[in-house]
Design a protein around this ligand. Structure first.
Ligand code: ADP
Ligand code: MG
Length: 379
């Protein structure tokens, strides 16, 4: 079977009659640390062995000519603000170009062919992989000297300004800074980060995609944020980050029962991230798994962002003896992330897929992931 890299090179030659340089950037998982970003807390992502590959070459003109192999679509556009392309995938490429230009860098038109294997819209951040692959490629191809952190910010700004997605920095950060065998603890308050070893010998990471997305009325996400802000204000803090359970209990009588539970989840999640860091330094994956289950319970009972399908997958995991399992992402649908012993893996995936399908009428998708390198030039 041809690799993605081979397929984009073949197409590049066919379209542009020459060869360019190949870059890739990765999708990502988040092991733990959910709904912590807007509370000034930690997230704990890693890049995965699924990404976007792009072959690029300057074309001597002013336009970008780009072909999406997965969609079989071509787009050509200039790089001025009024040149925004119509196709939504092309807007990611256009946005990256614009954001780099806005930061004062100059570069010429180029040709590109890209494709990938990050499932779209599954919570593995195919869009960040796309932005990061192009951003990294443009930076390298034209020797612009943009720092890796600024490249991540460029991808984030692309989502905000050209794709209508008001995301944090985690996805682009992980896609670019990812390192095989390492997860990254990113402090969303200071943007400092630290690598932690993740080499779970005898275990695998697998995601089960419920393929459901519950749109809940009344913008539940904003309501959670408002609860956190109210409690933080009551504690005289800017963020819940750093608050203790004792502090929270001291104001329990002054806040609503619901706000109390929201804050209890966030404070607990900060602790769990730190517990996971210590555990990883010891190679103690059983503790990591326990924290994942605790996070799931917190998201289900205190933060109330789970849903029936995700709870079912989590129960299934517990029943099969999976080491760790939880909702990944904001909740209300999407995937569970599971830390599974090798010998439990086949039983768990077979059973979860079959019984989920029997119950909900569609089979969850299974994504095996290995923590891998982020953005790079592919030699
Ligand atoms: P995700 O959670 O995977 O990031 P998004 O909705 O944020 O989901 O981004 C998905 C969008 O990114 C797609 O609709 C498409 O425009 C673009 N995209 C991602 N991967 C590809 C790909 N392989 N080829 C073309 N476009 C892609
Ligand atoms: Mg995305």
């Amino acid at each position: 079977m041809m690799t993605i890299r081979d397929r984009i090179s073949e197409k590049f030659k066919e379209l542009f009659s020459c060869s360019g340089t190949v870059y890739m950037s990765a999708g990502r998982i988040n092991l733990i640390g959910e709904h912590t970003d807007y509370n000034g807390g930690f997230v704990f992502p890693g890049a995965i062995d699924k990404g976007i590959w792009v072959e690029m070459k300057p074309n001597g003109g002013k336009n970008v000519r780009v072909y999406s192999l997965d969609f079989g679509e071509y787009s050509e556009f200039g790089m001025n603000e009024e040149d925004a392309p119509f196709r939504s995938w092309a807007r990611y490429v256009f946005g990256v170009c614009r954001e780099i230009i806005k930061r004062g860098y100059a570069f010429g038109g180029f040709d590109a062919v890209f494709a990938g294997d990050v499932p779209l819209g599954a919570g593995l951040s195919s869009s960040a992989a796309l932005e990061s692959a192009f951003g990294f490629g443009i930076n390298d191809m034209y020797s612009l000297g943009i720092s890796m952190f600024d490249l991540a910010l460029t991808g984030q700004a692309t989502e905000h300004n050209y794709c209508g997605v008001n995301c944090g920095i985690m996805d682009q950060f992980a896609s670019i800074f990812g390192k095989a065998g390492n997860l990254m603890r990113l402090d969303c308050m200071t943007l400092e980060y630290e690598y932690y070893p993740f080499k779970p010998r005898g275990y695998r990471l697998v995601l089960l995609d419920s393929a459901v997305k519950h749109e809940l009325v009344g913008s539940p996400y904003n309501k959670r944020r408002e609860s956190c802000e109210r409690v933080a204000a009551r504690l005289g803090r800017k963020f819940l980050r750093g608050a203790s359970m004792d502090e929270l209990d001291a104001v329990k009588a002054d806040i609503s029962e619901e706000d109390y539970r929201r804050a209890r989840y966030v404070i607990g999640e900060e602790k769990r991230v730190l517990t996971v860091c210590d555990a990883l330094n010891r190679g103690d994956y059983e503790t990591v798994g326990r924290m994942m289950y605790e996070t799931h319970r917190g998201m289900r009972d205190d933060y109330e962002v789970s849903c029936e399908e995700l709870d079912y997958l989590n129960d299934m995991a517990a029943e099969c003896g999976v080491t760790g399992s939880r909702i990944m992402g904001g909740g209300f649908g999407g995937c569970t992330i599971n830390l599974v012993k090798d010998n439990v893996y086949p039983v768990f995936t077979d059973k979860a897929v079959a019984s989920f399908e029997a119950r909900y009428g569609h089979a969850p998708k299974v994504y095996d992931v290995v923590i891998s390198d982020g953005a790079r030039r592919v030699e």
